[in-house]
Design a protein around this ligand. Structure first.
Ligand code: T5A
Length: 224
């Protein structure tokens, strides 16, 4: 890899529905900014105008007819634009990027839940993500029932989106899928107990960021 000392850091949040990813992404960004860092908070699917258009198609359920492999390709297409337009330019100018969901969501939702072959997921990752892998992935873990209850309370009377509408067994599969991702890549991933109150989750997130990205041994030489 090419040494890029001025490159920012790339942090992703992953987990099931209602785990608190958006809440914690904002809180982490505030803490990083207070430390004097430039921060870009973004999300998937979305994070750039073309990717947001794809988000709308997927979450409305209109792409469901393509099947999980077709949806995985749409997520990857959105990711290519998001990386090109938002993430890589931000990292190159030294900003820290905090992203609410990224490539592990495809591996878990379309792979573990949708039964898309892991070789297909690997291939999409190679094409879409290439070298721009996260420096740190925070997997917010909590019982499926708790996450679904939070998501339902926040949604109110609105219709569940494409994935919120899955049954509880599906949400348990998602939880197990994210834990398997963490187990397979412990250098990149940290599992956070997301059933705690938001302040405690934020402290656990910050402890992981400090340990993995601010400790002296974390001096990295990644390409953007
Ligand atoms: N998807 C995405 C794929 O299938 N493949 C992919 O490759 C990608 C990238 C995205 C959907 O797309 C799927 C996964 C998703 O189903 P989305 O609308 O972006 O859809 O939905 P989510 O990412 O699931 O986001 P949610 O908003 O549902 O959940 P969050 O962000 O985890 O939770 P958050 O922070 O919004 O909090 C939810 C509620 O809980 C409260 C909050 O105040 C809020 O009301 N809360 C807490 N309550 C108690 N204790 C805590 N610690 C709390 N933290 C938050």
């Amino acid at each position: 890899m090419i040494a890029m000392p001025g490159r920012g850091r790339f942090i992703t949040f992953e987990g099931g529905e209602g785990a608190g990813k958006s809440t914690q992404a904002r809180r982490l960004a505030d803490r990083l900014e207070r430390r004097g860092l430039a921060v870009v908070v973004t999300r998937e699917p979305g994070g750039s105008p073309k990717a947001e258009a794809i988000r709308h198609v997927i979450l409305s359920g209109r792409a469901r007819m393509l099947g999980p492999a077709g949806e995985a390709m749409l997520f990857a297409a959105a990711r290519i634009d998001h990386l090109d337009v938002t993430i890589r330019p931000a990292l190159a100018r030294g900003a820290w990027v905090v992203c609410d969901r990224f490539m592990d969501s495809t591996r878990v939702y379309q792979g573990a839940l949708g039964a898309v072959d892991s070789a297909v997921i690997d291939a999409l990752e190679r094409v879409a993500v290439a070298e721009t892998r996260p420096d740190l992935t925070l997997i917010l873990d909590l019982p499926a029932e708790t996450g679904c209850a939070r998501a339902a309370a926040r949604r109110g009377a609105a219709t569940p989106d494409r994935f919120e509408g899955e049954d509880i067994e599906a949400h348990r599969t998602l939880r197990a899928g994210f834990l398997a991702v963490a187990e397979a890549d412990p250098t990149r991933c940290v599992v956070i107990d997301a059933a705690q109150p938001p302040d405690d989750v934020a402290d656990a997130v910050w402890a992981a960021v400090e340990a993995r990205l601010f400790a002296p041994r974390a001096a990295r030489v990644d390409a953007p």
